[in-house]
Structures are given as structure tokens and as C-alpha cells.
Design a protein around this ligand. Structure first.
Ligand SMILES: Cc1cc2nc3c(=O)[nH]c(=O)nc-3n(C[C@H](O)[C@H](O)[C@H](O)COP(=O)(O)OP(=O)(O)OC[C@H]3O[C@@H](n4cnc5c(N)ncnc54)[C@H](O)[C@@H]3O)c2cc1C
Length: 378
């Protein structure tokens, strides 16, 4: 029995030995399979990344390394190509990203590979109990099984079916769940950054500095604060403290301050951005050559604009859930619970979370494939 019919569940179901597991079924509260795959990557599914390493993940990086060695991005691409899906590198948003022609291609591929598997859709799992066998209580019936693989994802995007069933079940069987938080998500801001809101819709290329890491990419001013790819990735590492933005990446501030132009003419930003920024630091738009030392210092914060986000946009907007089931309590070769025989956890419910850029599908598919190989061996 597989709880979920999302990314990892579909890969698992597609990779299990048909003869051995002819009676398995998928259970999902959604009316269709692969709801997150469908919306991912702007409906073009950013499925993996050319540059994937264990450094792109939070969680036990040694375990991530093992997983990626057993099932690499090349293995995933080979599997996709063999089954008629041909993702292409498109580094427009994040370096090394592979996008599909359409997310539907991935879903159609999985549907073809799982025609033999029974799917209980529109069926929400309410509780899993164990008494000699597993009893999966759903909104329709009780399904009995000798083994259960929980592939029900995290808490992000409840509108696409996310529930806490993986974590509730894990806790029930004695597992620890590392703190769950929305990640790959935009930030809300404090009063000093309310000027961001006035620029909603404007984007600019920046570097961010967070928890000793540096990221580059597009920064989007948003109605609630800030977002965009570079902020989503930064959010994975944010721990309620300060972060900084370099609004002038690859530009030397000393050179810029030697300019004879007016500030607004010298800055490479949309006019509205310059206006709001200058207002926020209480500086008039005038010739850079006329600025005194203090004014030059004020302007220089464009190179290192430090602020503490107020919070984030929450699970309704977060692409993933950071935290999850402690991977020390899971058999690293099989994904079986070390506490409970016959119970497996794969996918985003585990405490492994990737950056933006195809890293989360890569790890979910890899875990599913490894788990399937072990189940096929039994
Ligand atoms: C908007 C958005 C865009 C994204 N884009 C990308 C991208 O381009 N690239 C990338 O790598 N990652 C992307 N992600 C992240 C990626 O989708 C997830 O990390 C990945 O799908 C996790 O796979 P999973 O199998 O663990 O869970 P999911 O794919 O989330 O599957 C879990 C399934 O379990 C079902 N379920 C949950 N609870 C129950 C229950 N109680 N009963 C029955 N069914 C249940 C859900 O309905 C769901 O179908 C995106 C996420 C979002 C929200």
C-alpha cells in the first residue's frame, strides 16, 4: 500500500516489480495523480539539476550523498528519456535547471507506467494502525496491507492535498519529527522595509547573504514583502535572523560614487525603485559628486542591505516543508522505519529539503527508486 500518488509514490509504483507487487495500490485525496508535478516549474516541471550535490540540501548530507550516488541526475534523465520525456537545461531562473516541455508529459509517463496499479483517488487517509497487519482508515473504507509506504509529502500547499498524515503516523510509531517550517517561500517584512511593498511586481538581479551562504538570482518586490527565486532559496537557510542583499552585484561601489551623474541616472534600477529606496534612507536625488561622507555611506548600503524578515508567506505559498522525519531512524538502504517493520517513509516527509532548482524532485525520485529496488529484492 502506498499513501500518496505524488512524485515519490508514482516513481515507486513505476519501479516496483509488476509480478511481485501486482496487488499494490496508491491512495490519494486528490482526484488526479501528481498534483504538485502538474503545477511545478510554472507547469514545465523543473525535474532535476545539472549541478546537483549533497550541498544543495538541508538534512543529513552524508545520507543525501549516499542517495545521490545510488540514483543520480543521470539515472533520472535516463529513466525519463527511456520513457519518452526529454527535459532540457534552461538556466534562466537557477543555474543548471532541467525543465520539461510540459509537466503533463511527466504525469502521462507515470500514468502509462502504472496502468496495472489500482488507484484509490479522492480518498483521504485518516489514520494508520497496526495490529498484525496495517489497517489504513480512509474517508471511504479501511484497507488492509502487510506493508505501507508513506509518500504523502510535507505540509506545503494544502490546496493540493498536503496533510500531516506522514508526521502523525511517524510520531505514533515512536519517530522524532524535526521542526516543520515552510521553505522555498517569500518573506514578509518589518516596518523599515515596508517600501518593498510599494514596488510590488518589480524585479531586479541581486546577491543574497544568509547564514554564511551567498546566492544570486532574481529578487521580486511583493505585495507582502519580497519573493523571487533568490529569496525562495535563501528562505531554506533562514533562521529568524538577519540577511543581506547586494542590489548592485558585480558593481564596484567606489567607482559608482565617483560618478558625476544624478543618483537616479547612475543607478541601474527602475525609476520607482530608486525613488522608494532614496525615500527609505531619507536622501534626496542629487548629483553623486555633491554627496557628503554620511550621504555616501547611506547610499553604499545598496551593496549590503541588511534586514531581518518578519516571517514568511506560510504553507499556502511555500514550495516545500523544511524539517521532517528524523532520517537516523530510517534504514538508509531500504527507507524502512527502524522502529516498525513493514512501514516505509519516502519523499518530502523526511528531514531532507533541497534548494530551488529541481533538487526536490531529484531527491524524491531517487529515494523512491532506491526503496523500490530493495522491495523488489525481498
Ligand atoms: C507550487 C510548487 C512548485 C514546485 N515546483 C518544483 C519544481 O519545479 N522542482 C522541484 O524539484 N520541486 C518543486 N516543488 C516541490 C516538489 O513538488 C515536492 O518536493 C515533491 O512533490 C515532493 O514529493 P513527495 O512525493 O514527497 O510529495 P507530493 O508530490 O507532495 O505527493 C504527496 C501526495 O500525498 C497526498 N496526500 C497527502 N496527505 C494525504 C492523505 N492524508 N491521504 C491521501 N493522500 C494524501 C497528496 O495529495 C499528494 O498528492 C514544487 C512544489 C510546489 C508546491
Amino acid at each position: 500500500m502506498i499513501v500518496g500518488a505524488g512524485a515519490s509514490a508514482l516513481m515507486l509504483a513505476s519501479s516496483l516489480d509488476r509480478k511481485k507487487y501486482e496487488k499494490i495500490c496508491l491512495i490519494d485525496s486528490n482526484p488526479k495523480v501528481g498534483s504538485k508535478i502538474k503545477v511545478s516549474g510554472g507547469a514545465k516541471c523543473n525535474i532535476t539539476n545539472e549541478l546537483v550535490t549533497n550541498e544543495n540540501y538541508l538534512g543529513d548530507r552524508n545520507f543525501v550523498k549516499e542517495i545521490l550516488e545510488k540514483y543520480s541526475k543521470d539515472d533520472l534523465l535516463k529513466f525519463l528519456n527511456t520513457n519518452g520525456v526529454f527535459p532540457k537545461i534552461n538556466p534562466k531562473i537557477v543555474k543548471g535547471t532541467y525543465f520539461c516541455n510540459s509537466s503533463s508529459d511527466v504525469i502521462d509517463m507515470f500514468l502509462k507506467l502504472t496502468t496495472h496499479i489500482k488507484k484509490h483517488l479522492d480518498t483521504k487517509v485518516l489514520e494508520i494502525v497496526f495490529n498484525k497487519t496495517y489497517k489504513i482508515k480512509t474517508t471511504r473504507n479501511i484497507i488492509e496491507s502487510k506493508k505501507v509506504v508513506i509518500a504523502s509529502g510535507g505540509l506545503s500547499f494544502p490546496v493540493l492535498g498536503a496533510t500531516s498524515i506522514a508526521f502523525d503516523t511517524a510520531i505514533k510509531f515512536g519517530h522524532t519529527v524535526e521542526k516543520l517550517e515552510p521553505a522555498l517561500v517569500g518573506f514578509t517584512v518589518q516596518k523599515d522595509q515596508f517600501w518593498f511593498k510599494n514596488l510590488s511586481g518589480i524585479s531586479t538581479y541581486v546577491n543574497t547573504f544568509i547564514e554564511g551562504r551567498k546566492f544570486e538570482g532574481s529578487f521580486l518586490f511583493a505585495h507582502k514583502g519580497c519573493s523571487g527565486p533568490v529569496i525562495l532559496t535563501s528562505s531554506l537557510y533562514w533562521k529568524k535572523g538577519k540577511m543581506a542583499i547586494d542590489f548592485l552585484p558585480n558593481k564596484n561601489i567606489e567607482e559608482f560614487l565617483k560618478s558625476n551623474k544624478k543618483i537616479s541616472s547612475a543607478l541601474p534600477f527602475a525609476k520607482r525603485f530608486t525613488e522608494e529606496f532614496l525615500k527609505s534612507i531619507d536622501l534626496e536625488d542629487k548629483a553623486i559628486s555633491s554627496l557628503n561622507k554620511e550621504e555616501k555611506e547611506k547610499l553604499s548600503i545598496l551593496k549590503f542591505y541588511e534586514f531581518s524578515p518578519a516571517g514568511n508567506f506560510g504553507y499556502t505559498k511555500a514550495e516545500v516543508t523544511r524539517g521532517g522525519i528524523n532520517t537516523d531512524e530510517i534504514n538508509h538502504d531500504t527507507f524502512e522505519s527502524l522502529n516498525q517493520k513493514g512501514l516505509y517513509f519516502i519523499g518530502e516527509c523526511l528531514n531532507i529539503t533541497g534548494e530551488l532548482g529541481g533538487f526536490n524532485f531529484q531527491i524524491a525520485f531517487a529515494q523512491a527508486n532506491i526503496c523500490a529496488k530493495e522491495l523488489n529484492r525481498l
